[in-house]
Design a protein around this ligand. Structure first.
Ligand code: ADP
Ligand code: MG
Length: 391
């Protein structure tokens, strides 16, 4: 199939369960990589009842089949409404939609179940609901194909990172800070098989949980609470001993590692050292910054060195709006030779990047082109991702 220029909407809702981001991207075939132009992007907070339902399903030890079926459908409605509002506001005409869906369960490593061992994943959000509402095809369910090719099904954003940011002279690190923090590192002049990508650990997830528990706020706006606290060094040191941080990439994390249970223990540990809730927020923020910087130092730094003029460390995701976190990051990354920036400095608003990635992945699938970067997911080969729901 000859690749076509298309206008594609990408829909992303991440582990923060804060809402839906939509990016509308014009995608044209290019000589070595597709060319992307961002036409529009919008963010839509989940209504409180939906956010509660999503968080409950993610954290549940048990739930009901009816609950999950309804949630799957309800998310489809939320995605359809988000796209409808975006195309209305910006008067764009879409050719295709790519929907990541809401990860309710992600198990990258094989485990025994009903007599067989396998890994598995589930992103909810009924694609048919979206296709019916908008009247154009929807690509969804991107992760299983990569997992069946031996990968972890994540991260899938590296294809976009490479297409937009790979540079002949500069090393580039694309650091997304959503609920989980993940990075894509692209050495200067590197081919896609030299891309390094993995989850460093918690992004906003622990900070958000503490903000809710200690301040009844969904997140620490601009990092204001953390800015008034002091990092509790013994708590941070103990937290850094978590075995997740010793795992070699490829590695992925989620609420399974850093969800509600983790946050409850973290709060208890902080309260043994300080009565001031701001100190707990500062410590959780430092955990994110420290594990990002350590991940870079341990697994990336040595591979970035050759033949480059420097490294741009480009942050996206809601965490880029947390000033305290960004200051802590700058302080740790500067000595490692990185210049901290936000994706918006490179023309891509911080909320739009992941959504744009799923627009590109949908475009790839539509043309029967692979979407995974095997160096990033650990897959044995590039594969076509997901499935198409025709309107
Ligand atoms: N102004 C802000 N100040 C601090 N943190 C923010 C701000 N805006 C968003 N965030 C953080 O970003 C999170 C959402 O980021 P996002 O990139 O959408 O993550 P995900 O992909 O996991 O949904 C929020 O839960 C919050 O922690
Ligand atoms: Mg989000």
């Amino acid at each position: 199939m000859n690749a076509k220029t298309m206008t594609v909407a990408g829909i992303m809702s991440g582990t923060s369960a804060d809402g839906v981001d939509v990016a509308v991207v014009r995608i044209a075939p290019g000589k070595t990589r597709p060319k992307l132009t961002l036409l529009a992007h919008e963010g839509f907070a989940f209504p409180a009842a939906l956010r509660r339902a999503v968080l409950a399903a993610m954290n549940a030890a048990s739930t009901s089949t009816a609950e999950l079926a309804r949630l799957n459908w309800r998310l489809g409605i939320a995605y359809a409404e988000a796209v409808t509002a975006t195309i209305k506001r910006h008067e764009v005409k879409l050719d295709l939609i790519g929907c990541h869906g809401q990860t309710l369960y992600h198990q990258p490593r094989p485990a025994a179940y009903a007599g067989r061992r396998f890994n598995c994943t589930w992103q909810a959000g009924e694609a048919q609901v979206i296709a019916a509402a908008i009247g154009i095809p929807v690509v969804s369910n991107f992760r299983p194909a990569d997992m069946l090719a031996g990968g972890q099904g994540a991260p899938l954003v590296p294809l976009l990172d490479y297409a937009l940011f790979a540079d002949a002279k500069r090393g580039r690190v694309l650091q997304n800070i959503g609920g989980i923090a993940n990075l894509t590192a692209i050495p200067a002049a590197a081919a896609p098989d030299r891309v390094i990508a993995f989850d460093s650990g918690p992004g906003n997830m622990v900070v958000d949980a503490l903000a809710l528990e200690l301040f009844s706020k969904p997140f620490d706006r601009n990092g204001a609470f953390a800015a008034q606290g002091a990092v509790l060094a013994p708590v941070l040191t103990a937290a850094l001993r978590n075995p997740y941080f010793q795992l070699k990439p490829p590695r992925t994390a989620g609420r399974e590692q850093f969800g509600r249970e983790y946050a409850a223990k973290f709060i208890a540990a902080c309260q043994r050292h300080s009565k001031k809730p701001e100190d707990a927020l500062a410590t959780a923020t430092a955990l994110t910054a420290e594990t990002i910087a350590r991940s870079y130092k341990q697994f990336v730094l040595a591979k970035m060195k050759a033949g480059q003029s420097g490294v741009d460390y480009i942050v996206s995701g809601g965490g880029a709006r947390n000033h305290t976190l960004m200051a802590m990051l700058a302080q740790r990354l500067k000595p490692l030779g990185c210049e901290l920036a936000a994706s918006v400095d490179f023309g891509l608003p911080v909320e739009a990047k992941e959504a744009a990635a799923f627009a590109l992945l949908a475009w790839q699938t539509w043309h029967r082109l692979p979407g995974n970067v095997p160096a990033a997911t650990g897959a044995a080969r590039p594969v076509i991702l997901g499935q198409v729901t025709y309107a």
